[in-house]
Design a protein around this ligand. Structure first.
Ligand code: GAR
Length: 216
């Protein structure tokens, strides 16, 4: 009988609510999912997502950035130690609101994913939904990408669009996008954990083919 490959050991990094983290934990409950969520780490000990992860039986850790003052590298070294302790192979940033230095990003080159609530490269940064509405964008969405030193950049693994509807409020659009986020993050992690993504010339290929924008 062919042996099943070991599941990839994943850390999810959060700063707050953790709904994307919850979607990843849920997906990984299935034994056939190629990744397991080994630990959830937050830079904020009061992050709601930490308490939720604990209720799901997932180990949690807090590396409080405030205790390192302005010393970003000391914070990241502590984070790195936490990840090494757990034998982590892949990182999923899920609403992790700290900028990471090139030093940290390089340690995890091709092994760290992020989700962003916009169709990158449009609307990098914060308040993406309000800015999409203000710009009169007809489409908005979510993107899972590999992390590179530049913020909200890096090869796109999966991206899915939603329509911006007449009269949309920021909250209504955010809810429409969040539903997509909860679907595409587990999908993107699965593809990466299965080794089906190759980066060529800054672009992701899935099974050797250009990654499609999933139409809605
Ligand atoms: C999500 O919408 C995520 O895409 C966004 O923060 C939210 C976190 O929600 N991330 C960014 O804006 C990163 N640039 P969650 O804690 O419920 O997953």
């Amino acid at each position: 009988m062919p042996s099943t490959p070991a599941r990839k050991r994943v850390a999810v990094l959060i700063s707050g609510r953790g709904s994307n983290m919850a979607a990843l934990i849920e997906a990984a409950k299935n034994d056939t999912y190629p990744a397991e969520i080994v630990v959830v780490v937050s830079n904020d000990p009061t992050a709601k997502g930490l308490a939720y992860a604990a209720t799901q039986g997932v180990p949690t850790a807090a590396v409080d950035h405030r205790s390192f003052g302005k010393n970003r590298e000391a914070f990241e070294r502590a984070l790195q130690r936490e990840l090494e302790t757990h034998g982590i192979e892949l990182i999923c940033l899920a609403g992790f609101m700290r900028l990471l230095t090139p030093w940290f990003v390089r340690q995890w080159d091709g092994r760290m994913l992020n989700i962003h609530p916009a169709l990158l490269p449009a609307f990098k940064g914060l308040d993406t939904h309000a800015r999409a509405i203000a710009a009169g964008a007809k489409r908005h969405g979510a993107t899972v990408h590999f992390v590179v030193p530049e913020m909200d950049a890096g090869p796109i693994i999966v991206q899915e669009a939603v329509p911006v509807l007449a009269g949309d409020t920021e909250a209504a659009l955010a809810a429409r996008v969040l539903e997509v986020e909860h679907r595409i993050y587990p999908l993107a992690l699965k593809l990466v954990a299965e080794g089906r993504i190759r980066v060529e010339g800054g672009r992701c290929l899935i099974d050797g083919q250009p990654a499609p924008l999933i139409p809605r």
